[in-house]
Ligand binder design. Structure first.
Ligand code: GTP
Ligand code: MG
Length: 303
């Protein structure tokens, strides 16, 4: 029996309502999943899309409407497309936001990044004490964890000034940054350490995505190592000085009007003022005193 136009209208309205309801749940799920894990989110979204296309309302619609109702089918499909497209776009946007999945190890040459990398991966130091000339990148379950734990992608970026561009390459992929500082050979390098740290803390991708930074004061097994408190205060003081010179340089340079300023104007700089979380921890790669780092990694990438 052919349906009347009025009934077509009601039917279509009902289905669109239903689709809207489904799409809403779908969007919520997809967004939640994509923040946790982009791939899981995408797979779920695809499955949900398929289910949606086979959902009873749509199958029914096709069955019940005869050839004359073609326009209504088109309208319903257009509505479906709309309610599906919007969440999909949202999903893609949030997936983009959370695309970083790498823990970056940064810091001056000799700080202990490569030692830390192998300690986290193998539970041993290996023999090499050579300056790295290439980033070390690996995806692995942290040493000592259950083999079923989620693998973590870690990138150890060499500290040699000529290789700093490697940092530009990896920072957009960052989920978290471990900034390794040599607590023994600290004072002679204070300016250089601060410049590198300042550079990282004012990166647009770091600030915009609120990438947390862990300042790992390494080599605490050595008697001559400075305390964490001392290192934090020195870094804050030095950033304070650097802020002044960097700001006056950028004021003179019209092109960098968008420069990111660290901390609060008119107040002495403290790490607590940064938009992204900056914490300071005492570690020793040699003594495998790395709990703070393991915790930091697992907070970012859940086991
Ligand atoms: N005493 C002590 N020495 C350490 C510790 N961690 C690393 N070292 C030593 O510090 C030196 C430099 O370590 P690397 O891991 O090669 O330093 P890096 O940060 O990778 O340096 P680049 O590759 O040049 O950027 C090596 O001789 C390590 O054995 C530690 O916890 N305690
Ligand atoms: Mg190295």
């Amino acid at each position: 029996m052919a349906l009347q136009w009025q009934e077509y209208g009601k039917l279509a309205e009902k289905y669109v309502q239903e689709l809207l309801g489904q799409a809403y749940h779908f969007r919520k799920q997809a967004v939640a999943y994509s923040q946790e894990n982009y791939h899981v989110g995408r797979a779920l979204a695809q499955r949900r899309l398929q289910e949606l296309a086979q959902a009873p309302p749509i199958a029914d619609l096709a069955k019940q409407l005869d050839a004359r109702a073609e326009t209504l089918v088109v309208a319903a499909l257009a509505a479906l497309l709309l309610v599906v497209l919007v969440p999909l776009l949202l999903l893609l946007r949030s997936a983009k936001k959370s695309k970083g999945d790498t823990i970056i190890l940064a810091g001056l040459t000799g700080a202990g990044k490569t030692a830390l990398f192998t300690q986290l991966r193998d539970g041993s130091l290996h023999s090499g004490t050579v300056t790295s000339m290439e980033p070390n990148v690996g995806r692995f379950v942290l040493y000592g964890e259950k083999p079923t734990s989620k693998p973590v992608q870690i990138a150890d970026i060499p500290g040699h000034p000529r290789l700093r561009t490697k940092l530009d390459e990896y920072l957009p992929k960052a989920r978290g940054i471990v900034f390794v500082v040599d607590a023994v050979d600290f004072m002679p390098n204070l300016r250089a350490v601060t410049e590198l740290l300042y550079d990282i803390l004012t990166r647009r991708e770091v600030v915009r995505r609120r990438i947390p930074v862990l300042i790992a004061c390494n080599k605490m097994d050595r008697l001559t190592a400075h305390t964490v408190d001392f290192i934090r205060k020195q870094l804050e003081k030095e950033i304070d000085k650097l802020r002044v010179t960097r700001t006056s340089i950028s004021d003179a340079d019209v092109g960098s009007a968008e420069e990111i300023h660290l901390g609060k104007e008119g107040e002495a700089f403290k790490f607590a003022q940064t938009l992204n979380k900056v914490t300071v921890e005492e570690v020793s790669v040699h003594k495998d005193n790395l709990d703070g780092i393991r915790e930091f990694i697992r907070e970012r990438i859940k086991a």
